[in-house]
Each structure stands twice: as C-alpha cells, then as structure tokens.
Design a protein around this ligand. Structure first.
Ligand code: HEC
Length: 226
C-alpha cells in the first residue's frame, strides 16, 4: 500500500511537471496526443505538386468558366481589349480629366449628358460616394458617425462655383475619383471611366440643387405669371 501511494504521488508529480497546472497559460503549442486533424496534407496556392500530372498545385478553372455577373470579354487585355472593360486607357481628356498639364472642364465628346447619364451617376454615387459624402454631397455621410473626419462638402463654392478661385473643374473631380485624395481612397480600379463622368454629372446636379434648394433650376426661368 505504501508503494502504491508513493507511485501515485510520483505519477501525479510527473504529469504536473510535464503538462503544468490546469488553467495555466502557455505560449507553447498544445501537446497533441491524438492527431486532431489540425495538420493535414495540403497544397498551398501557387506551389507545385506531384499529385497532378501537369505538376501544378493550383487547378485552372474549367474552360469557359465565367464569374457570376460578368460576360467574357471578346478580346484579351493584352491584345488591346482593355477598353472593353471600360477602365482608363490613353492620355486624352476622357481618360484623365486633363488637357496636357491642365484640368479640363465640361464633359468630353465621348460622354452624352442626358437624363440617362445623370440617373446612372445617381446610382453610382449612391453606391460609391454617399457613405462618406452623404446623399446630398454635403459631406455628412454615415461614416462621419464612425470617425471619418474632414469629408469634403461638395456643395461649397470651391467645388460648385466656377467663379471661385479654387474651383474644382470636372477634370479635377475626375482625377480625385480616379486617384483619391487625403483620406479618400482611389476609385479608378472600381469605377469605369464612363461611370466616373456620370457621377460628376450627378454631383453637378446636386450642387445646382443645393444652391437653389427650392428645386428651381437656376438655368430655367420661372414660368411667367399670366
Ligand atoms: C471613405 C470616404 C470617402 C468616399 C467613399 C469618397 N470620398 Fe471623396 N473625399 C473624402 C474625404 C475625406 C475628402 C477630403 C480629402 C482631403 O482633401 O483630404 C474627399 C474629397 C473629395 C473631393 C474634393 C477633392 C478636392 O479637390 O479637394 C471630391 C471632388 C470627392 N471627394 C468626390 C468623391 C466622389 C465622386 C466619390 C465617389 C466616387 C467619393 N468622393 C468617395 C472621403 C470619401
């Protein structure tokens, strides 16, 4: 009996010595007596593997696979098909907002300013810009509640009034959308060129509305009273 107790104490001391007390934190990896399937044979992305005949670890999508929501472009980007995606290509006003070293104003020939464009701009503005700039472009979007500070109020004279010394032309706004500024990120890789102009058209409409909040467009004279 004496040996039994002595052995038990020795075993307990050994277990505690090896595994520590319950609840003690340890920086070491847990002891794994049975494999908990934490570690399994796998192939890491972009690495080679003998498992497949072609020696590549990654599998190519089945020929003809199209991501949901997209149609396959008819030509590849390398063969000049980049334009089909609608992202910037070239150094002209439509693609950069610049004429040489200067910002341009107005809309490029490639863009027809009509109701459809403004509608498209409204939709895109709602998706990409309103979270910060607010639905009325007054800089009071929902993110102001979460610490995004100094969001530009696009209805201020420097953005809306061509007579203002710091007036941002359409080309300058195009550049801000494409490349971002300060806390604002770049949207050039998310918004296709034509949609950037549509957003600008919508921002201009919002600005007009902010200047004449009654809703009357400053360019249309009020109907004559008779
Ligand atoms: C993450 C929040 C955020 C989003 C989203 C955002 N902006 Fe901004 N934007 C800002 C902030 C902040 C500034 C002020 C940047 C500065 O000057 O530091 C700014 C500035 C601007 C300016 C003024 C730039 C100048 O010349 O001073 C324009 C124009 C503008 N944004 C347009 C847009 C448009 C159009 C969109 C949608 C495509 C958009 N922003 C999306 C945060 C945002």
């Amino acid at each position: 009996m004496r040996w039994y107790f002595l052995t038990m104490i020795a075993v307990a001391a050994m277990v505690v010595g090896l595994a520590g007390f319950r609840g003690t934190r340890s920086a070491n990896r847990p002891l794994e007596f049975l494999n908990d399937m934490d570690n399994q044979a796998k192939i890491k992305a972009q690495s080679s593997s003998d498992f497949f005949v072609d020696g590549m670890g990654s599998r190519k999508p089945i020929a003809g696979t199209v991501p949901m929501g997209y149609t396959m472009p008819q030509t590849t980007a390398q063969s000049g098909g980049f334009q089909e995606f609608g992202f910037a290509q070239g150094k002209d006003y439509f693609n950069t907002g610049r004429f040489g070293d200067f910002w341009g104003d107005g809309f490029p020939d490639e863009v027809t300013v009509d109701e459809g464009l403004v509608r498209r701009g409204k939709e895109r503005f709602g998706i990409y810009c309103a979270v910060c700039h607010g639905a009325a472009a007054d800089g009071k979007g929902v993110t102001t509640n979460f610490g995004v500070a100094n969001i530009a109020n696009l209805n201020l004279p420097q953005f809306a009034d061509p007579a203002n010394a710091q007036y941002r032309t359409n080309g300058s706004i195009f550049n801000t959308i494409s490349h971002g500024q300060g806390l604002m990120g770049a949207y050039g890789s998310n918004i296709v060129v034509h949609d950037r102009w549509a957003i600008i058209a919508y921002v201009r409409a919002l600005q007009k509305n902010a200047i004449t909040p009654s809703g009357a467009s400053p360019t249309t004279p009020a109907p004559a009273n008779n």
